[in-house]
Design a protein around this ligand. Structure first.
Ligand code: GTP
Length: 444
């Protein structure tokens, strides 16, 4: 542990104090409760992180002396001790990796970003001691990722809404803003019509208008999810589930497949990968790397242009003999116009129907958020020819077109199942409409 960590911790404390001082002046009851909740959650997470570090160091024999000495001391002293120990002397390589994970796990400081993430978790009924660093890390990342979409949308929106009751003219401005954020014509119409109706019934102040807008956005993305009768997409245990990942080149299919494999293992499923993208050079090797990183076996044939359907054939055989629950199939990036690639997909489906008619099949379209409305066009054409059952939106980190999620839900009528916001293994999560809309419209 480097000795400069302690000053960082002190910075965290002093920035916490500054936030407390600044914030406590002007808070209403609801905001005060939210801040208290966030403080409690922060303390619990800090404690958990310290306990993990403590356990790791205690496990290491060479630190026996330190642990003995510190048995009688309180946590702060132990923490200082741990911070000042040279980890090269007392940890082996794998423990150092674990320590790095603990240190990189995203608690950071008690700042605005933490309090916002905690607020989103609290609003979903979570308790301060039931949340994890991963929850916070993900929300911070999502909020940060949607920043570009939010800029020029929320700032303008708040300015247009102002402090006065909403007027029909403000709705015209809102319409333009939604279209500019790639929300699409259908979804925008739906939102503006609902807001107009509400305005005809009562006077709406800007705060209530903002809340109503969030509600409408949630409803739009939730509709296809409700229609699918499956709130969250998860494989069925003790059955063969086959998930095909389809989409045009470079949208992130292979990366998503690796992340899904990781998520499946962590959730207690047995999984297998079929590297059926034999069209792009190096795609098979790329899948194998993801297989190694996630710890999931890969069925592949490295011969260039090997028959993808034959790989799926082998993979289904292997999945059945090993009682695999989730078979993830990487397919070649295909442009809608390339009929032969569409036929290849149809052939894969025929193989599945013949060899595993009992399998629960999902055909997930992977869309790159940065492609905006173009993504909607892809969804429309794939929906017709690839029997799509859902969508994964990738690259939400740094895209200015996150609004496309609403266009996809309202026009292609497809449920969004997962979203990706980064290139790390853990940067993919099941889609949560509340979190998505809160991150998109976060006003601090
Ligand atoms: N920033 C960011 N990059 C991503 C994300 N998902 C994928 N990528 C990157 O996007 C690039 C393309 O990803 P791939 O997974 O190879 O895409 P693909 O759809 O399999 O590509 P083809 O095999 O050519 O069809 C890679 O550099 C990935 O690291 C994401 O959520 N965020």
């Amino acid at each position: 542990m480097s000795s400069d960590e302690l000053p960082n911790n002190q910075n965290a404390l002093s920035s916490k104090e500054t936030i407390e001082e600044n914030q406590s002046d002007n808070l209403n009851l609801e905001e005060q409760e939210s801040l208290d909740w966030a403080k409690q959650a922060f303390e619990k997470l800090k404690q958990k992180q310290l306990e993990k570090k403590e356990a790791l160091f205690k496990e290491s024999n060479s630190l026996a002396q330190v642990t003995e000495e510190t048995q009688e001391t309180n946590n702060l002293q132990l923490k200082n001790k741990i911070n000042n120990v040279d980890k090269d002397d007392c940890l082996n390589d794998s423990s150092k990796d674990i320590l790095k994970d603990i240190e990189d796990s995203g608690l950071g400081e008690f700042d605005d970003s933490f309090t916002w993430s905690a607020g989103v978790l609290a609003a979903q009924g979570k308790e301060p001691d039931s949340i994890s660093l991963e929850d916070i890390d993900w929300l911070k990342r999502l909020r940060q990722g949607l920043e570009k979409t939010r800029k020029g949308f929320v700032t303008d929106l708040l300015e247009k809404f102002g402090d006065d009751p909403l007027t029909p003219e403000v709705l015209d401005d809102l319409e333009a803003l939604l279209l500019r954020a790639d929300v699409g014509v259908n979804a925008t119409d739906q939102i503006i019509t609902a807001l107009r109706r509400r305005l005809n019934e009562e006077v709406l102040d800007s705060k209530e208008g903002f809340r109503f807008l969030k509600q409408q956005l949630c409803q739009i993305v939730n509709k296809p999810i409700k229609n699918s009768n499956q709130e969250v997409l998860a494989p069925k245990h003790k059955s063969l589930n086959i998930w095909l990942l389809v989409g045009v080149n470079g949208v992130g299919k292979t990366t998503t497949l690796g992340k899904l494999a990781h998520l499946a293992l962590r959730s207690g499923y047995t999984a297998l990968i079929a590297a059926a993208d034999t069209f792009r050079a190096a795609a098979v090797q790329q899948v194998q790397i993801w297989g190694r990183r996630s710890g999931v076996s890969v069925i592949a044939n490295e011969t260039p242009n090997a028959d993808p359907a034959a790989i799926v054939f082998d993979a289904i055989g292997a999945a059945k003999s090993k009682e695999i629950e989730l078979l993830l199939v990487d397919t070649a990036g295909r442009l809608q116009t390339k009929n032969n690639l569409m036929e290849e997909l149809a052939k894969i489906r025929r193989i599945i129907d013949r060899l595993a008619p009992e399998a629960i099949v999902e055909s997930l379209l992977v869309l790159d958020a940065s492609q905006g409305q173009n993504g909607l066009n892809q969804a429309m054409s794939f929906a017709e020819s690839a029997n799509l059952t859902g969508v994964v939106i990738t690259k939400l980190d740094g895209s200015s077109r996150g609004g496309v999620a609403f266009a996809v839900a309202s026009e292609a009528k497809l449920p969004i199942r997962f979203i990706g916001a980064g290139e790390r293994l853990q940067d993919l999560k099941p889609f949560n409409s509340f979190e998505f809309v809160e991150a998109l419209l976060a006003n601090r």
